[in-house]
Structure formats: C-alpha cells, structure tokens
Design a protein around this ligand. Structure first.
Ligand code: ADP
Length: 186
C-alpha cells in the first residue's frame, strides 16, 4: 500500500504514520524527520535547511526533492510506503508523481487528517512543553499554520481531483483515529 498522509502541523500525522507502519509493514518516510536528522548531523543539506525550519517556512523544493528522491530510490519501498510531511506544495506533488511514475510506484491513497485549528494550537503548545522542538514556539507555530493554509492545503485538492483523497476525522484517541485510517484504506 502506497500512502500519502496529509494534514496540518499538529494533526497527528507522525503518530499515526508510526502506527500505520507497524500495521502495514511498510517504511514511514517523514521529510521533517529526515531534515531534522540532517540538521543534527550537521550535513551541508542540514545547514542549508535549518534557518527555514526554525522560521516555520518550507525548506526549498530543490533540497527536499533531492532528499526524497534519494530515499525513494532505496529498495525497501518495493512493498509500499507512508509519506508524511511530503508533498507540501503543488510543485512537490507534481514532482513526486513524476518520480513515482518512473519508479512504477504510484500513490494509492492520500489520507487527510482533519483537525480544527484550536485543537492544533493546544496540541503543539503541549508538545513544545514536552519535547522542546525548536519550531514549536507560538510565533513559529502560527507561521507553520499560515504556510500550511497557503501552500499545503491545495495539495489535498490535487489528490482529490485524481480521486485518491479520503478525509479522516483526526479528533479522538490515537487508536480510534488509527482504525479510521485503516478503514479508509479499504
Ligand atoms: P509539522 O507537520 O509539525 O510542521 P514536520 O516535521 O513535517 O512537522 O516539518 C517540520 C519542518 O520541516 C517544516 O516546518 C519545514 O520547515 C520542514 N519540512 C518538512 N517537510 C518539508 C517539505 N516537504 N518541504 C519543505 N519543507 C519541509
């Protein structure tokens, strides 16, 4: 099963992707995780990405596309994948389609986790207190949400037009939401 997981920051994509990965036995590919690992390791890519991430802006398409192309070139995606945090704008969505067509691994479903904005701000404030992620401060969270509305929300329309989009209610306990996602895959 080849899945794109969509939804605003704080919608629980990462948590749900980790559960789906166990259930479906396919790799979970998060561009946010790949970028944070690059920043931590101090690679040239990480150094270039850090400022945008700290500001809640998108890292350049060029960097992210290079990263995803390398990751999707690995053999463990043969049985499927869960993409989380990518694609994040229409340019990335189109580039992804091209890449996946070349690999013969097109997307089967795009699952969108829907959560209202008030919940998101609360969840991210909680995560900031617990994990101390440097982009969870209030001003940066606000910017990430605004970037989401402007650049990422249109990606749901992209998959909708192709008949691949399913909206899933992202409010409830973790297991319930996970079951909704699994049901949406049938
Ligand atoms: P969240 O969904 O909570 O914003 P992520 O871990 O997906 O968290 O992303 C964190 C940051 O990493 C983003 O704000 C952005 O700077 C960068 N990033 C992640 N994925 C992409 C992407 N596909 N394109 C551009 N930037 C990205």
């Amino acid at each position: 099963m080849r899945i794109v997981l969509l939804g605003p920051p704080g919608s629980g994509k990462g948590t749900q992707a980790a559960l789906l990965k166990e259930r479906l036995q396919v790799p979970h590919i998060s561009t946010g995780d790949l970028l944070r690992a690059a920043v931590k390791a101090g690679t040239p890519l990480g150094l270039k990405a850090k400022a945008a991430m700290d500001a809640g802006e998108l890292v350049s398409d060029e960097l992210v596309l290079g990263l995803i192309e390398e990751r999707l070139g690995q053999p463990d995606i043969a049985d499927g994948y869960i993409l989380d945090g990518f694609p994040r704008n229409l340019v990335q969505a189109e580039a992804l389609d091209e890449l996946l067509a070349r690999l013969g691994q097109p997307v089967d479903k795009a699952l969108e986790l829907t959560v209202d904005e008030e919940q998101i701000v609360q969840r991210l404030a909680k995560r900031a207190a617990e994990e101390g992620r440097s982009d969870d401060t209030e001003a940066v969270v606000r910017n990430r949400l605004s970037v989401y509305h402007q650049q990422t929300a249109p990606v749901t329309g992209y998959y909708g037009e192709r008949g691949l989009l399913v909206e899933v209610n992202g409010i409830g306990d973790i297991e319930t939401i996970n079951q909704r996602l699994v049901d949406a895959l049938d």
